[in-house]
Design a protein around this ligand. Structure first.
Ligand SMILES: [Cu+2]
Length: 172
């Protein structure tokens, strides 16, 4: 009876650990410059995204939309864990960035964030997409996932120790 429930604990710990570690394998965006929601006095010279690992240099994409529609930006460049895109001088207004890169584990990852230049009214419903808000949530989900994974591994180890410790007593 006890042994069976211990096995159940081991099994669920394994499932949980495997699932969480798999999900945590994607690179995540650590920060962007400009940051999401930034209100800048003047046009930034570039957009830099920093990830938690060296992203792959496989067709990175960055689309910038502003008051006049899509802004022509230079080819985004992968430099280690960063994606850097040089910008022309941006006029005042609200801007939305959509990016997509290939994570070091080979999975495409993408996100959206917004910033404003000059006297533009604060970015709101006009820009739509509350996706930018979803991005940090996913990141904290990742670190919570890691904690859960570590807890699962500890639970697994404890269950195995209990299982092994009990066995001789039963047989004796
Ligand atoms: Cu992945």
């Amino acid at each position: 009876m006890i042994r069976r429930s211990l096995l159940a604990v081991v099994f669920s710990a394994l499932l949980l650990g495997a699932g969480v570690l798999g999900a945590a394998a994607h690179d995540t965006l650590l920060e962007s410059n400009p940051t999401d929601g930034a209100e800048l006095d003047r046009s930034p010279e570039q957009i830099a995204l920093t990830f938690d690992a060296h992203i792959l240099d496989v067709s990175p994409a960055l689309v910038l939309n502003g008051p006049g529609g899509e802004v022509e930006v230079s080819e985004p460049e992968v430099v280690g864990p960063e994606l850097i895109t040089a910008l022309p001088s941006l006029k005042d207004g609200n801007y939305t960035v959509n990016w997509r890169v290939v994570s070091s584990d080979g999975h495409p990852i993408s996100g959206t964030f917004a910033f404003a230049v000059g006297d533009a009214p604060a970015a709101d419903a006009a820009d739509g997409e509350p996706e930018a808000a979803a991005e940090p949530a996913a990141e904290s989900g990742g670190s919570i996932g890691l904690i859960v994974a570590i807890a699962a591994v500890i639970a697994l180890a404890a269950a195995i120790v209990l299982l092994v410790a009990r066995r001789p007593k039963r047989n004796a």
